[in-house]
Design a protein around this ligand. Structure first.
Ligand code: NAD
Ligand code: MG
Length: 392
């Protein structure tokens, strides 16, 4: 029986993970589930899989969680320290699917036990990639990527020699505004940007998809996880989202991974790795699909990709600044304070402004430094939003 824990169990990735586990419950011993404010869902899921422990990230939710679990024998806990403690519990497979910087510490902690970490939390790699990879290596732990593009690259690399890898190409749907004239992008509303053509996801990630800040994060994730140079990584627009990524080798061969746009594929691959098992995902009918299209993303339409290249070249603190600034810019757009096209200006402005506070290219040495940089970048990004509010 496999001992598993799911961090961020109540979110989209967490729920999909539970969906897969529920299909063969006898194969899993669920140790811990964690969530945020949705304690009713957390308690219900913890009971369904008979977890040992349920943790909410927020201390004021402890009482409601306790009540929801009373009489079940399932332990309840709350707060950041409890999340870390949950990561210490002996699971041999842990899903890291908390959103944002809050997902870093539990993932790092879990790695110390030399287990398998299924990594959905993008921020871990983008803000602290070198630290995370070093931590995994030091404890002989395995990290399996859960982002669909990186899972695809990982699958295309099975049995291959990294020295023979020439390039890695990740695909992008292009998002909700991909066919809008560039001159009109400044007028795009939250509703316009929030309608994803293929994937069903939350509002924030869907808007990050329209701006390609999501793809920008994924370029950085690719560099950190696979250890390739920035100039070896490309993004290509592929409106159908059927090919998730391709790896190009020294002999000119391209290995692609195809699948329906369903996160349960990447999650299931990580869950059963190194085996391949039956997954409840749609099987592709290529003749029915008939056409797969590709086009180069244009930097004018998607400045986030250009900014990501700079971040990859700089390294050090740049990923943490980029991530934090992107979140503040997105908050600003959602609140109607800045325009769609000003999100990129805010991120670029923050990277520029913060280089007066710290040396961006200096290596990040501890998790605390990542969190300090995140905090400072949020302050600077907020100033950038304020500067633009009501202008432009
Ligand atoms: P989500 O918002 O649906 O769920 C996030 C989870 O984190 C929830 O369980 C929530 O309760 C918990 N959480 C929120 N704030 C927290 C805090 N401060 N402390 C502790 N827990 C907290 O997010 P999601 O879509 O499931 O994505 C999770 C991660 O996976 C993100 O980093 C995202 O970028 C990445 N990802 C998601 C997808 C996708 O298709 N949804 C694809 C690839 C990668
Ligand atoms: Mg992705």
């Amino acid at each position: 029986m496999r001992k598993v824990s799911i961090f961020g169990a109540t979110g989209s990735i967490g729920q999909n993970t539970l969906d897969l586990i529920a299909r063969t419950p006898e194969a899993y011993d669920v140790v811990a589930l964690t969530g945020g404010r949705n304690v009713a869902q957390l308690a219900k899921d913890a009971q369904a899989v008979d977890a040992d422990l349920a943790v909410t990230a927020f201390e004021d939710e402890l009482q409601p969680l306790r009540e929801a679990l009373s009489g079940t024998g399932i332990e309840a806990a709350a707060g950041e320290a409890a999340l870390i403690e949950a990561a210490d519990r002996p699971a041999d497979w842990v899903m890291s699917a908390i959103v944002g910087a809050a997902g870093l510490a539990p993932g790092f902690r879990a790695l110390r036990r030399g287990l398998t970490l299924a990594l959905a939390n993008k921020e871990s790699l983008v803000t602290a990639g070198p630290l995370l990879m070093a931590e995994a290596q030091a404890h002989d732990a395995t990290i399996l990527p859960v982002d669909s593009e990186h899972s695809a690259v990982f699958q295309a690399l099975v049995g291959e020699d990294m020295d023979a890898v020439e390039r890695i190409i990740i695909t992008a749907s292009g998002g909700a505004l991909r066919d809008w004239p560039v001159e009109r992008l400044a007028e795009a509303t939250v509703e316009d940007a929030g309608a994803h053509p293929n994937w069903e996801m939350g509002q924030r990630i869907t808007i990050d998809s329209a701006s390609m800040f999501n793809k920008a994060m994924e370029l950085i994730e690719t560099k950190e996880f696979f250890g390739v140079r920035p100039d070896q990584i490309e993004a290509v627009i592929h409106p159908q989202s059927i090919i998730h990524a391709l790896v190009g080798f020294a002999d000119g061969a391209l290995m692609a991974q195809l699948g329906p746009p369903d996160m349960r594929h990447a999650i299931g691959y990580a869950l059963h790795y190194p085996d391949r098992r039956d997954l409840p995902v749609e099987r592709l009918d290529l003749a029915e699909l008939a056409t797969l299209e590709f086009r180069a993303p244009c930097d004018t339409r998607y400045p986030a990709l250009r900014i990501a290249r700079g971040v990859m070249e700089t390294g050090g603190h740049a990923g943490a600044v980029f991530t934090a600034a992107k979140e503040i810019a997105l908050d600003g757009f959602l609140a109607g304070r800045i325009k769609f096209t000003q999100m990129a200006e805010v991120v670029e402005g923050t990277l520029d402004a913060i280089s007066r506070d710290l040396r961006l290219h200096d290596a990040i040495e501890t998790l605390e430094t990542v969190l300090e940089t995140d905090h400072l970048a949020r302050v600077r990004a907020e100033e950038q939003v304020k500067d633009r509010q009501g202008h432009g």
